[in-house]
Design a protein around this ligand. Structure first.
Ligand SMILES: [Zn+2]
Length: 220
């Protein structure tokens, strides 16, 4: 029930917009759209984050419930059941990655879910641009935690935390660098391609680092 009979009786004006907000949950809608449509987040990162939000990734507990595996334990730590919340926000592996990334960003980026992490960013006293960069790093972190988990499943190896953190940093810096020199958002820029573009713009990595440090508050 959206409104009680009493609320409807006392209502001076019925608003469809208010009704919609009540149905969808206003905060959640805002957080999701800003996160999913953030131009700084790479499309493949957005896609994985969207699946995490919908709890649609094929994590161990889901596969166990579907009768595909007997083992519901987390593939990274082997301690707790692998749920979406555990894998990305409670697993010791992910917590270490998040800790290093938060230190790099000089911002406690991670909450206990995507929703609370988005809320932290969106309610912070940062500029719109800085909020976008924080959300892009959040998306990259989730994407690379998922890759690390799949590496454990398919290749039976777990790379060290530092390497995973480095990958997250690198992909964000390349993305930001690409945007700084006017590359079309959505294009996947690799390090070599970006080097070529920088040369064409008479820019060096030193320029880009300075720009990024100023605009994105990254600790480069
Ligand atoms: Zn775990």
């Amino acid at each position: 029930m959206i409104y009680t009979a009493q609320q409807l009786t006392n209502m001076q004006q019925f608003s469809i917009q208010e009704c919609y907000k009540k149905l969808t949950g206003e905060n959640e809608k805002v957080n999701w759209s800003k996160f999913v449509w953030n131009r700084l987040t790479l499309p493949k990162h957005r896609f994985i984050c969207w699946l995490v939000m919908k709890e649609r990734l094929n994590i161990a507990l889901r596969l166990r419930n579907m009768g595909i595996t007997d083992d519901p334990l987390c593939r990274l730590c082997g301690i707790e059941d692998e749920t979406h919340l555990h894998l990305f926000f409670n697993c010791p592996f992910s917590l270490e990655v998040c800790k290093s990334i938060s230190k790099w960003m000089q911002f406690e980026l991670f909450g206990d879910s995507i929703d609370s992490s988005c809320r932290k960013v969106l309610t912070s006293r940062r500029s719109r641009f800085q909020k976008q960069s924080l959300l892009a790093v959040l998306g990259a972190a989730i994407y690379f935690i998922w890759l690390a988990r799949n590496d454990a499943v398919w290749n039976s190896k777990i790379d060290i935390i530092r390497h995973n953190v480095h990958r997250i940093q690198k992909v964000c810096v390349i993305r930001y660098g690409a945007l700084e020199i006017g590359a079309v958002p959505g294009i996947k820029y690799m390090h070599g391609e970006l080097n070529g573009s920088l040369r064409r713009h008479n820019l060096t990595w030193k320029h880009i680092r300075k720009l990024i440090r100023n605009r994105y508050i990254l600790n480069l």
